[in-house]
Design a protein around this ligand. Sequence first.
Ligand code: AMP
Length: 112
Amino acid sequence: MTLFAKIIRREIPADIVYEDDEVLAFRDINPQAPVHVLFIPKQPFATMNELTDADAPIVGRLVIAATKWAKAQGFAEDGYRVVMNCNRDGGQTVYHIHLHLLAGRAMHWPPG
Ligand code: AMP
């Protein structure tokens, strides 16, 4: 079981900021911006490569949950960045897909 599955099961603690039937969001333990929250589906997909057409609603829920939370927190107009890393070259370290929501400072481009 991955770390994030354990967070969903409340077996390890996390600073949870949002939850619904399909999505959980909690603050990243090693934040890369003043706001750094991870949105994860409760359904475990190891990588984005496992997603199929049938999973489009889940991916949509992840994105919409993040944008709604950004608006509710008041930084949506200033802006934010959403990142999903896939496998080694993408820099993925936890094999339960997650969307990084980063905000609170100007982001750089290109990303490292
Ligand atoms: P990635 O490198 O895209 O797989 O992102 C994994 C993220 O999970 C990293 O930004 C880590 O800092 C974060 N992370 C690892 N362990 C925890 C934890 N226990 N609670 C919250 N975030 C974590």
